[in-house]
Design a protein around this ligand. Sequence first.
Ligand code: ATP
Ligand code: MG
Length: 351
Amino acid sequence: MTNHRIALIPGDGIGTEVLPAARRVLDAVAARHGLAFSYDEFDWSCARYLREGAMMPDDGLDQLRNHDAILLGAVGYPGVPDHVSLWGLLIPIRRGFRQYVNLRPIRVFEGVASPLRTAEPGEVDFVVVRENVEGEYSEIGGRMNRGFPDEMAVQEAVFTRAGVNRVLDYAFGLAARRGGRLTSATKSNGIVHTMPFWDELVNERAQLHPLVPWDQEHVDALAAKFVLDPARYDVVVGSNLFGDILSDLAAAVAGSIGIAPAANLNPEREFPSMFEPVHGSAPDIAGRGIANPLGAIWSAAMMLDHLGHPAAATDITDAIAAVLAETSVRTPDLGGSAGTSEFTEKLLELL
Ligand code: ATP
Ligand code: MG
């Protein structure tokens, strides 16, 4: 029996509705694969911020540190600015725990209508690897001449050789494991310092992975091709900003943001990695019990894979494919009328 200690952060809104569903599925596969999970739940959220003035306690990272992994629902609340939840919880965890890879798989499943006629079920199966701790999301910069005609704002992007190389190595390694091709998102025609640096490093790292075919495309062209021909991609690597935008676009291409999962990985396993659905707290449907739990459930499967249990992870992704192909029971975002728990129940039946 392998024991794992999991930190649960349900967060806000539908985060608190989809995380229990993921936990039920984890417990259902555990016994069959000789696993046992113990959970510690943390109420860190925008609700806590409104009550106590902080998303999480000062020693939050220390409280998480000794867990094998973190499963997060979603954080966000109307009236609380997005930068509070981002800089008060998600970014400190990603940076503190060196979760420098943000991994977002995209699949168009049988039984899910993609908004694109170019995306046939089964054909689209790729992964966006987003650099998760540096790049364009930096605190360096400032504002001047506020309110005057010469007002200006400067925002610096930070790209380090070590930081870019490690995410590129992860992406090349992933492409090798998948037997596929790596595509690098760049914009070196318009961004003349950081992006040529990124391109040079991609070229250098490619020499270390001679068996992986690769190419690069400008991010604007790449966005267009995600819509026109998503089936041609396998692993796409991009900077923090480019990876963020491309992976949200890709999640929409796949049919519903409610299905898309994400992993914030510390590949060296010095610290816990964090797994979370791509969607937010969805205040418009929160509290109604109709959120699609598949993004959270698929995130839990990615967690099992990271913890070294790929067969258990595949059981879950197979059950996701089966419940989507079934089409009789599904949540409203997929055109059905089932609630979160009924949909989870159906998936457990097929598992
Ligand atoms: P936040 O501020 O927390 O990021 P948001 O409103 O910006 O929230 P999302 O929570 O991602 O963004 O929601 C975007 C849209 O997608 C909403 O209309 C929401 O209802 C819908 N949506 C998101 N997740 C799901 C889900 N799991 N099931 C069904 N619909 C969802
Ligand atoms: Mg949002």
